[in-house]
Ligand binder design. Sequence first.
Ligand code: COA
Length: 278
Amino acid sequence: MDSSVPDGLARRLGIEDLAACRRLAEDREWGPEDHKWRFLFSVGDVYGIDDGNGELAATVVSTPYGKDVAAISMVLVAKRYERRGLGGRIMRHAMDKAETASLCLTATEYGRPLYERLGFRSVGLCTTYTGTVEGPSKRGVSVPVEVKDMPDVRALDTEVFGADRSQLVDGLPSFCATFHVVRDEAGVAGFGGAWWNDGRAVIGPVIAQDTKTALALVDEVVPQGPIRLDIDHRHPELIEWAERHDLRPAFSTTVMEYGAPVRNDPSRLYLPVAQALG
Ligand SMILES: CC(C)(COP(=O)(O)OP(=O)(O)OC[C@H]1O[C@@H](n2cnc3c(N)ncnc32)[C@H](O)[C@@H]1OP(=O)(O)O)[C@@H](O)C(=O)NCCC(=O)NCCS
């Protein structure tokens, strides 16, 4: 196979490119993550560089939230083209196309030097905890979301995340296997979900007005079986929850931003939807 660096321009990918994205991810020992890729295709802009032999040499996803923030994810370069400038090229393409004041991403150790060179700054650390749990505890604090809750869910998400993620938020009840809200007299005091990714339930998003509400949501949306929580170090109470449930740290990542500082409230942003989406 020709291994000279592909010189083609990045192009916008469509759902018909999903199988090639999956093959590229598997080349980097990432899971197929079909459900996640499909959701990213539905809410984000997926770009790729063709390798000239019918496969993808590189991908990136940019998910815009209004004019404020875009979440960058799935930065992948095929192993055979590593360290030859493709990662930088596809990232610069996504950055040029993004029309938002800020960009955010969660960087692996592989990716961090590349993002630093492009001007991203570290704003937090995240550790992914994995393990197997018994299932939800029956506290009855939260209830399955209803259509009437969605305006409050959107408003709380925008206030805490610092950008209008309405399109993403509207997709969450069907993307997530479980999506609950905690109601109070003012409306919605918190919401939380869990979704399946390659046979493991990712717990998130969890956004809540206070820790008690957030922990109740986590307790009530966890399914029985293997789970994953991506915990920002600013939330030691979630690390305690993970340790109490015998979860173990699997790997750590760096939360990074570019451009204008994101006007979010990390204290109420307990768990991201996914590292790919913030
Ligand atoms: C992270 C990743 C996307 C980087 O892709 P890449 O194409 O290797 O990136 P680049 O080539 O642009 O840059 C990587 C390094 O190669 C160097 N480089 C670029 N062109 C080069 C060339 N022609 N000759 C020698 N070195 C070169 C860069 O200076 C950079 O060096 P540094 O890391 O020491 O600063 C890739 O390693 C990957 O897919 N990893 C697995 C998935 C992953 O972790 N993705 C990040 C998710 S956050």
